[in-house]
Design a protein around this ligand. Structure first.
Ligand SMILES: CC(C)(COP(=O)(O)OP(=O)(O)OC[C@H]1O[C@@H](n2cnc3c(N)ncnc32)[C@H](O)[C@@H]1OP(=O)(O)O)[C@@H](O)C(=O)NCCC(=O)NCCS
Length: 182
């Protein structure tokens, strides 16, 4: 490799030694996502629930964590799990992408697509027939990314903010996501 070539980024399965780096990546994802969903808990990844979630995915046979590593440092990650469809639907295994994040200065170089491809091929081998991801409706750049990767809108989740009973006045209608107190 000469000096002008960008450093190669390696995609690999994460292991328990990556936990601290994964917590930091997860915090960065939450920080990013809070622009679209202010109900997200800022430090969740450091809480008992947050670390339990990451640990469980690291050792799960039905899910996993993949990291993108540059010069030995994780710069992106994907967490995914296999889920059966709901019992009122035809039986099928879904591969659900729970977290996907690439550090800003590494974006637009195909790393997100490579993380997704690693999960997709693992999920396909494990029997998944579809992939699913839940994205904030106003996260336009992530929606564009997933659309480019072959995803299409499926279910739409709608919410309506409610005032506590007894309070006065109508809830203002807005085109932007509801400003729910974090
Ligand atoms: C979405 C994300 C994982 C894509 O990672 P990536 O490594 O930039 O993806 P790729 O290089 O494979 O693909 C780039 C595509 O992603 C989209 N994209 C989204 N945000 C981008 C950004 N800040 N810079 C460049 N591309 C971005 C574009 O559609 C781009 O397509 P184009 O190259 O045709 O313009 C990354 O932008 C990210 O971490 N975003 C913040 C977290 C997030 O929104 N996660 C998804 C919700 S779970």
């Amino acid at each position: 490799m000469n000096n002008r070539e960008p450093d190669p980024v390696r995609i690999r399965r994460a292991n328990p030694r990556d936990l601290d780096a994964l917590v930091r990546l997860d915090l960065a994802l939450i920080r990013y996502d809070r622009a679209f969903d202010p109900t997200l808990v800022r430090q969740w990844s450091r809480t008992a629930d947050g670390t339990r979630f990451l640990r469980s995915r690291l050792r799960s046979r039905h899910g996993g964590v993949w990291v993108a590593e540059s010069k030995g440092t994780p710069v992106g990650y994907l967490v995914g799990i296999l889920e059966p469809t709901e019992s009122y639907r035809r039986p099928c295994t879904l591969g659900e992408i729970e977290c996907l994040f690439v550090h800003e200065k590494f974006r637009g170089r195909g790393i997100g697509a490579r993380l997704l491809a690693a999960f997709e091929s693992w999920a396909r081998r494990a029997g998944a027939r579809r992939l699913r991801v839940v994205v904030s409706a106003s996260n336009q750049s992530a929606l564009a990314f997933y659309e480019r990767e072959g995803f299409q809108p499926y279910d739409a989740v709608l919410e309506k903010p409610l005032r506590p009973s007894g309070s006065r006045g109508a809830v203002r209608r807005s085109r932007t996501p509801p400003a729910v107190a974090p």
